[in-house]
Design a protein around this ligand. Structure first.
Ligand SMILES: Cc1cc2nc3c(=O)[nH]c(=O)nc-3n(C[C@H](O)[C@H](O)[C@H](O)COP(=O)(O)OP(=O)(O)OC[C@H]3O[C@@H](n4cnc5c(N)ncnc54)[C@H](O)[C@@H]3O)c2cc1C
Length: 443
């Protein structure tokens, strides 16, 4: 098999791997023939910011080319059983069309069901709806021990919970059954309000988010005078179906490959932030937006990651428990003074932790910040924060990580040792591996 050069979505990692296309409609190959010292990792759309879906000098197993029917039928109870390679955009569209919704939707439609489950993904409504784990009924997972195993909360529960959030390291999710929720409207009524100081923004977010279906804040971390000022958007469902959304096509632009230079500089980020903030009216804005339009704002510019040029970007996403609001404020107000450039920062509120062994989400606040990969040490400038977050029971999101110190994983994820045991139980040693698992010494 030929080797193929693969790049992470953030662009900071790449690998040469042999690519194995698994067609579940046909015979499943005996994966054991691919066992060598570099193992195999599932790969879907490759939307991981870091090296989670890369396996240098090893094999990546893709299930995106499949002959099995792409059936998106929803039962009258709102259940949908889908192939692991289907993207969330297709599922959400089919659901809305039938007055259902996928309760948890991460911020881009081009994420596969398998990839979302492997990350235990969350959306802008985690405070109310938890992560995707809460909405999965069962999965078929291709493991090395007994080939395909069906697992759920009651059947092979260890494999079920270890695979959710397990970043492909316990097996390949071939199929999953999800529980959808009924909706009365395909319209989200969005309010958008700007706050001149971080304290005002945070207090308003804290007070309002329990009563609003979706909440998210954009923060300006580069403002000298008021770092952490920003704009909060809350959204709730309307009361009827707005059929004009069916015809309306969102204008999309595309940057298809990395630009030869990095267009991101402190000067243009500062100007962009100042413009975005100033341009927002002082009064509250009310808008009606389609569900995908609100949930996937970044998809309007396809390939926006390519703006960062060949070195790309990394994202640092953390959760800080509710009791540690002072640390959160310290981070928000000092990141902009470090010699790394926080280009985009988003704050969300998280609710309950899932039962998955490597669940990222826990009650508290999650901050996600994009940075250009200026040089090899850019990510390490955040290590001091990683340690402080660990000390107070916070976490870095592994699904997006690019540079966490391996020894912090066991402290951030206290059920890591249990997960490791289950992984061993279901797969031949060193079979499922990735650049990510080797970097963080997860074996
Ligand atoms: C613009 C953007 C916005 C995002 N917003 C959010 C967000 O709001 N919330 C959130 O939680 N995450 C978010 N993410 C992160 C995203 O959910 C994860 O990176 C996700 O895993 C990517 O899925 P993918 O299909 O591209 O998988 P890949 O990048 O190909 O793989 C990701 C991981 O999943 C594993 N995997 C993929 N398919 C399977 C399978 N069938 N079986 C087993 N393992 C598999 C891989 O081994 C790898 O470890 C965002 C990412 C981007 C690029």
């Amino acid at each position: 098999m030929d080797r193929e050069k693969l790049r992470s979505w953030g662009g900071g990692h790449s690998s040469n791997s042999q690519k194995l296309d698994i067609d579940c409609g046909k015979d499943i190959p005996n994966l054991l023939q691919y066992v060598d010292e570099r193992g195999v990792i599932p790969r879907a759309f490759g939307n991981s910011y870091g090296d989670q879906a890369l396996n240098s000098e090893g094999t990546v197993a893709s299930i995106l080319n499949y002959s099995e029917s792409n059936d998106l039928t929803i039962t009258k109870e709102g259940r949908i059983s889908i192939h692991g390679g289907v993207h969330l955009g297709a599922v959400l569209e089919a659901a809305i069309h039938n007055s259902w919704i996928l309760p948890v939707v991460p911020g881009s439609e081009k994420i596969s069901i398998g990839g979302a489950i492997a990350a235990d993904a969350h959306g802008k409504n985690h405070f109310h709806k938890d992560s995707i784990a809460s909405h999965i009924l069962e999965m078929n997972v291709l493991t090395t021990k007994e080939t395909i195993i069906r697992c759920s909360r009651s059947e092979e529960p260890e494999l079920f919970w270890a695979t959710i959030g397990g970043l492909g390291l316990t097996g390949l999710i071939l199929r999953a059954t999800l529980q959808l929720e009924r909706i009365e409207s395909n319209e989200l009524l969005v309010t958008s309000e700007k706050f001149t100081t971080y304290d005002e923004l945070f207090n308003h977010f804290k007070a309002e988010s329990p009563t609003r279906s979706y909440s998210v804040a954009w923060l300006d971390l580069l403002s000298n005078k008021n770092p952490g000022r920003g704009i909060i958007q809350f959204a709730d469902f309307g009361s009827e179906f707005n059929h004009s959304f069916d015809q309306k096509k969102t204008n999309r632009f595309e940057i298809s490959r990395p630009l030869p230079f990095n267009t991101i500089s402190k000067l243009n980020c500062n100007s962009f932030n100042a413009f975005k903030f100033r341009n927002h009216p002082s009064k509250i804005l009310h808008k009606s937006i389609s569900i995908p339009g609100f949930l996937y704002p970044l998809d309007r510019l396809i390939g926006w990651n390519n703006l960062y040029g060949k070195k790309g970007l990394f994202q640092w996403q953390i959760v800080v428990p509710h009791s540690e609001e002072i640390l959160l404020k310290e981070i928000i107000q000092t990141v902009g003074t470090l010699p790394v450039l926080p280009t985009l920062a988003v704050l969300k509120r998280l609710g309950s932790e899932s039962n998955s062994y490597l669940s990222f989400c826990k009650p508290g606040w999650t901050l996600a910040v994009d940075f250009p990969n200026e040089n090899a040490s850019s990510r390490s400038l955040l290590s001091e924060f990683d340690r402080k977050i660990t000390e107070v029971g916070g976490r870095v999101y592994l699904a997006k990580d690019s540079g966490l110190e391996p020894e912090l994983v066991t402290e951030m994820y206290p059920r890591f040792a249990e997960w490791k045991q289950i992984r061993k139980k279901y797969s031949q040693e060193n079979f499922w591996q990735s650049d990510f698992s080797r970097r963080l010494k997860l074996d």
